[in-house]
Design a binder for this molecule. Sequence first.
Ligand SMILES: *Cc1c(COP(=O)(O)O)cnc(C)c1O
Length: 464
Amino acid sequence: MPPSSPFALLPRVDRVVAHDALSEARARLGAALVTRLARETIDAARRDLRAEDGGVCPTEDQVAAATACAAAAWLGLRARRVVNATGILLHTNLGRAPLAPAAVAALADTAGAYVSLELDLATGKRGRRGAFAERALAEMSGAQDALVVNNGAAAILLVASACFGGRDVIVSRGEVVEIGGGFRISEIIARSGARLVEVGSTNRTHASDYARALESCTAPAAILRVHQANFRQVGFVGRPSITELSDLARASGALLVDDQGSGARGDLADLGLAGEPLARAALDAGADAVTFSTDKLLGGPQGGVIVGRTSLVSLARRDPLARALRLGRLALVALEATLEGWLSRGESAIPVLSRARLGEAVQRSRALRWRTELEAAGIDCEIVATRGEMGGGSQPGEGIASAALRLASRAPHDLAARLRACDPAVLVRIEDGAILVDALAIAEAEERELVVALLAVLVGDRVG
Ligand SMILES: *Cc1c(COP(=O)(O)O)cnc(C)c1O
C-alpha cells in the first residue's frame, strides 16, 4: 500500500458537513458545531490509518454517519420528557414531582414575560422575592416565619451558616447520613463552619446522650435532628422525641432544628408512609426551625424551605449566603401556584398524591386497557399486582398498591433501552428478567404515548 494515498482519499470536511445524513444535526446544533464534529471524525480516521496495520479509508457516507452519531449523542444529553413507568412517584433522577396543572399554567403565563418578582405592585416599590410563598408556608405549618431557597440542601447549609455561628452542633450517630447525590450532613456542617458533635450510637440515641454533650460543649449552638430519608432502621432502635430534645436545648440555650426532608402536609399512613414527619407537629413540639424540600411530598418545583421562629428565619434571610442560595424565578412562580393549590384544594391539587391514591383497582383497569391494545397487535402480556413507591427520600415502607403490565422478553435490557430511545422516553423497571410497566406514576394524558411507544418497540421486537 503506497504510504500517502489513503490520506488523500479521506473525505473533505465541507462535503461531510453538507451531507444529507447531517441535515438534522445542522438544523439543531448549527453548522459551526457540526463542522467541528466532522473534523474530529476525520481526524480519528486519519489516526486509524496511521496505526501500524493501516486500515481502510472510510467513505464520505461513513464519515457522515459517524458524525451524525456524535451529534445525536450530544443532543441526547438534553433533558427530555419521560413517561415514568418505574412505579416510583418521586424519582429524583426524573426531576421528582411533576407540577400541578395550575403551576404549569402559571409558568406558561409568565415565563416568557416580566414578573413582579421583587416589586410590590400595590406600592410600586421594591418588594421581597417569594413573599407570597413564605407567607403561605408559614401559614400552612403554623410557623412565625418562612424562607424559601434553592433546595433542601441549601436550607440546611443556610441555617447552619447563619444560625450555628461556628459553634457546636449535636447530631445523633444514627442521623449523620448521606441523603443522595453525595450530600452528607457531616460535610454540610463542616462547610458551614460549625463543629459536628456526634452522640449516641447508630441504632439508639438517648436523651441522656444529648444532655451529656450539651454539658460538655463549651458553646453548644444547636441540636440538629435529621429525618432518616431513603432508609429505615428496624429492630432495636430509638431516639428521643422532639419535645424531649426541645426541653434539653432550651435549658442550655441551644436551638433545635429538625431537617424533615419530605415536606409532608398530612397523614399518609394509608400510603405506607406513617413515618413522614410534619413541620407543624415539630414546631408545636418545640423545634425552633424545620427544613424541607418543595419537590417531594409538597409536589412543587425544586426548592427548599426554612420555617420557624422569626429570630432564626430572619438571621438566615440576612445571611450573605441567602443571596447565593435564592430560588430562581421560574421555580418561584411554580411554587406559588402549587401553594395556592394546597391552600384552596389541599392534597387533591397535587398530582403525585392523587396518583398515589388512585388505588390498585383503578390502576389495574388502566393496565387492562393498555393490554387490550397490545393484544390487538398480537403482543402477549399479563397484568400483575405491584407495590410502587413514593420515593424522594420518604421512608421505604410496604409500598403503594398498584398494577403493571408484565412483558416477558429474552432481552429485557435491550427492550428497556429501546423504550428509553422513544420520544417521549419511556422508563420501565426490570424484575426477574421481565419488563414491568407500572401504572402508578403514569398520568392519564401520557397513556396514549405509552401505548404507542410499547407498540412501536414490541412490534419491532417480534419482526426483528
Ligand atoms: C431530600 C432531603 C434533603 C435534601 O433536599 P434536596 O431538596 O434534595 O436538596 C435533606 N434532608 C432530608 C432529610 C431529605 O429527605
